[in-house]
Design a protein around this ligand. Structure first.
Ligand SMILES: Cc1cc2nc3c(=O)[nH]c(=O)nc-3n(C[C@H](O)[C@H](O)[C@H](O)COP(=O)(O)O)c2cc1C
Length: 244
């Protein structure tokens, strides 16, 4: 079947399968066709002079992302797997990058699903996508947990709203109503008023120590540039261009 025939076939199938109540609305396929990916000028990336350390290149790109007006550049997709080996993923906030030992730092509660998964299988991936520049960064490695002292100190640096949310806890368990959250937040605020040192016992700083990092620069003509960093046994980094 030619690609034209293929497309016509897909369109006809979409129309046949549409609920009559949906007839006046664009299909998901039509909506996606209105918003093509990376159909805009994107910055060049010359991998030749890239730094020897992937952490350094990450921070350079982060700086450029902020300059380019990328929204929430510190939001990263954290992928994990638990004891059953099934993948899971959600967004977390990047808190720091440790350049000395290539560590990407985030925080979570050890009682949350991701915290349980990271405790059972301390390996993960963090993925960033910065649309304004068409840049993706993938970081894979092992995860370590900071000491209780470091994690408590991290909690104390948080905004009052974030501390209240952390103290409420119970993340990802069923909540009976939105007002249940308001009531729990009031309790957490009172707890903090009475004891400014209050902290959730499971709040933990995690560090993803990279073994492999990949930088992907998208291109509207699909001449994407990918630069992979792989750590050798002696701790040094090998840089390799990858087919896009
Ligand atoms: C922009 C953004 C930042 C987030 N940052 C965090 C974070 O730093 N830590 C965290 O536990 N959850 C964070 N979340 C919420 C998680 O995505 C997720 O919903 C929650 O942690 C429950 O995940 P789990 O059930 O896999 O444990 C963030 C969500 C978004 C959209």
């Amino acid at each position: 079947m030619s690609s034209d025939e293929n497309e016509r076939d897909t369109r006809e199938r979409d129309t046949r399968e549409r609920d009559p109540r949906e007839q006046d609305r664009p299909t998901p396929r039509e909506l996606l066709a209105r918003a093509p990916l990376m159909a805009r000028p994107l910055p060049p990336f010359d991998p030749g002079p890239a730094p020897a350390s992937p952490g350094r290149l990450f921070v350079d790109w982060l700086d450029e992302a902020i300059d380019a007006g990328v929204l929430d550049p510190g939001a990263a997709l954290l992928s994990t797997a638990g004891a059953d080996g099934r993948p899971d993923a959600r967004v977390v906030a990047l808190r720091d990058v440790e350049l000395a030992d290539e560590g990407w730092v985030f925080a979570a509660d050890t009682a949350s699903p991701k915290g349980v998964q990271l405790t059972q299988r301390p390996a993960a991936a963090l993925t960033f996508y910065w649309p304004a520049q068409g840049r993706q960064i993938r970081i894979r490695g092992d995860v370590t947990q900071a000491t209780a002292e470091v994690s408590v100190a991290d909690f104390r640096t948080r905004s009052p709203a974030s501390q209240v949310a952390g103290l409420i806890g119970r993340q990802s368990t069923p909540m009976e109503s939105l007002t249940a959250w308001d009531t729990a937040a009031e309790g957490a605020r009172r707890q903090l008023d009475n004891n400014p040192d209050a902290h959730p016992p499971g709040h933990t700083v995690f560090t993803l120590r990279a073994h492999r990092v990949e930088f992907w620069q998208g291109d509207s003509a699909r001449r994407h540039v990918r630069l992979g960093y792989r750590q050798s046994g002696d701790g040094s980094w090998q840089r390799t261009l990858l087919w896009p």
